[in-house]
Design a protein around this ligand. Structure first.
Ligand code: ADP
Ligand code: MG
Length: 512
């Protein structure tokens, strides 16, 4: 078979039609509703207890900390109230012995110590004034009411959130292993160590990174329109959106949460955990490459949406497709023209230990390179094939074939992303109201992650698919504004701390 024809055949397998998009939107809406009603569903729809989004006029000085996999970041954020902010930060690598400490206290004491060091260095007067007041007998409690730093705690491990600043650690991931902490409230653990050091800091909010993205975008977006959705397309994919409180039915029964949030806005941000949309594969596409990737993954059968959309997986999908074409001996991919077509290894330009033959051997950034390549003779793609995969002397036809397949994988990911975005747009009802005022009619979406930031035309593909959804159409699509949320984890956490600071904290009231 001719090479271009073989590549187009593979590309066709990644076709995701208008009908497919619309069927998936319908299923997404169904799973959203199901998730709002009960626990243990495909879309988790986790209530975040965050009930207000900023509009850019918020002011004040806040703190944020971020415990990710490798580093602990401490920052303070000055919100200027005009959609801009200044950020001061420090970053420290978590020592290996702390990641596997015997007690939770060891980890959280380490974190509190970093906060103390940060305050001493960057907020010296505030810190020293505080220490002096303690020395002169002003009680901690009195001080806390006045000049306390409200802190947002971004904690990227699975937690069962039970209040805006309360969440129980479900399990550790990413190399952490401190059994003592499992099942405990991570905010309380941090606050306890902060209090031991008499720091003027209150852990005001527990933050998920998608919610941070939504808040950060809502603050920085132009105009006073509040943002509807924060979405991440990076290593993984997930989204958090503003839901009407009355629809979060599973909240109603949780008596222990009464008073843990401010119901006056009538809204609450919900973390969809959409990476696990349609794990049952009712509507998601499933090429042989998707199926094989899932089979060989550490978590077969789960995160099925994420496995077709996010940066961790797209390179691997393409790798599998390319290998399939390569193994078809009748197709001249990476094969010398004049050699026998029957002996693969003697005829290819690839060494056997090319990372093309290794699971996870192709990074998703390669898709961006190939898809965006308009250099003469696809020189850039051929260079990348050489550099990343050790394929030297790839022909222009080889590069063109790979480009066709890469584009198909990327386009499908963007159209699937449009399913999630489109369903949330429809659910929000925001397109149903038209004021005629262009600024007020904007529906704003904040995004973050290397895929959406660097894959050429990702947003255009998303928009194309959104227009194919009848409830949105060309008119609705025009009203959508999509913007990158920079520094989401720091600014977002600060903004959540701000919102949380306005809510009476039941933990404080109970004297805990
Ligand atoms: P994180 O998810 O850890 O916050 P990123 O948003 O940077 O980090 O996403 C990292 C993911 O994006 C990785 O899976 C990587 O393969 C992918 N990626 C990195 N650069 C690009 C690029 N230029 N185009 C597409 N994907 C990319
Ligand atoms: Mg990120």
């Amino acid at each position: 078979m001719a090479l271009a024809e073989a590549a187009r055949k593979v590309a066709n397998e990644f076709e995701y039609t208008s009908e497919d998009v619309n069927a998936a939107v319908k299923e997404f809406l169904r799973e959203m509703d199901e998730g709002l009603e009960k626990d243990g569903t495909s879309l988790s729809q986790i209530p975040t207890y965050v009930t207000a989004v900023p509009n850019g006029t918020e002011k004040g000085l806040y703190m944020a900390v971020d415990l990710g996999g490798t580093n602990f970041r401490v920052c303070s954020i000055q919100l200027h109230g005009n959609t801009t902010f200044s950020l001061t930060q420090s970053k420290v690598k978590i020592p290996a012995e702390i990641m596997t400490a015997k007690t939770a206290e060891e980890l959280f004491a380490f974190l509190a110590k970093q906060i103390e060091l940060f305050l001493k260095e960057h907020h010296t007067e505030h810190y020293e004034g505080h220490i002096q007041r303690i020395a002169t007998g002003t009680t901690d409690k009195e001080y806390r009411e006045q000049e306390i730093f409200n802190l947002g705690f971004t904690f990227s491990f699975p937690v069962q959130q039970i209040g805006i600043n309360r969440g129980l650690l479900m399990r550790w991931t990413k190399g952490f292993d401190i059994q003592d902490a499992v099942g405990k409230d991570v905010c309380a653990l941090l606050q306890k160590e902060i209090d031991k050091l008499h720091l003027p800091v209150r852990v005001a909010a527990l933050v998920n990174d998608t919610v941070g993205t939504l808040m950060a975008r809502s603050y920085t977006s132009p105009g006073k329109t509040s943002t509807l959705l924060g979405a991440i397309f990076g290593t993984g994919t997930n989204g958090a959106y503003v839901e009407r409180l009355g629809r979060v039915k599973k909240l109603a029964g949780g008596k222990e949460n009464a008073g843990a949030y401010d119901a006056s806005t009538g809204e609450m941000i919900v973390n969809t955990e959409w990476g696990s949309f349609d794990n049952a594969l009712r509507v998601l596409p499933n090429t042989p490459y998707d199926a094989a990737l899932d089979r060989d993954s550490v978590n077969p059968g789960i995160q099925m949406f994420e496995k077709r959309v996010s940066g961790m997986f797209l390179g691997e999908i393409l790798r599998r497709a390319v290998v399939a074409v390569l193994q078809d001996l009748s197709v001249p991919l990476f094969k010398d023209e004049d050699s026998s077509v029957n002996e693969l290894h003697s005829t290819t330009q690839i060494s056997k230990d090319s990372s093309l033959f290794r699971t996870w051997g192709l990074d998703t950034s390669f898709l961006s390179i190939a898809h965006g390549d308009s250099s003469p003779g696809l020189r850039i793609t051929r260079q990348a094939l050489d550099r990343d995969l050790g394929i030297n002397a790839a022909s222009v036809e080889d590069a063109e074939a790979v480009k066709i397949m890469a584009a198909a994988v990327g386009r499908r990911a963007a159209r699937l992303s449009a399913v999630a975005i489109g369903a949330i747009l429809i659910q929000s009802g925001r397109l149903e109201t038209v004021t005629g005022n262009e600024e007020l009619d904007v529906v704003d979406i904040g995004v973050d992650g290397s895929l959406v930031e660097f894959y050429p035309g990702f947003e255009d593909y998303v928009r194309e698919a959104l227009r194919e959804i009848p409830q949105i159409g060309e008119k609705g699509e025009k009203r959508i504004r999509i913007g990158i949320a920079k520094d989401g984890s720091g600014v977002g956490a600060a903004l959540i701390a701000l919102v949380a600071g306005k809510v009476p904290n039941p933990a404080d009231a109970a004297g805990e």
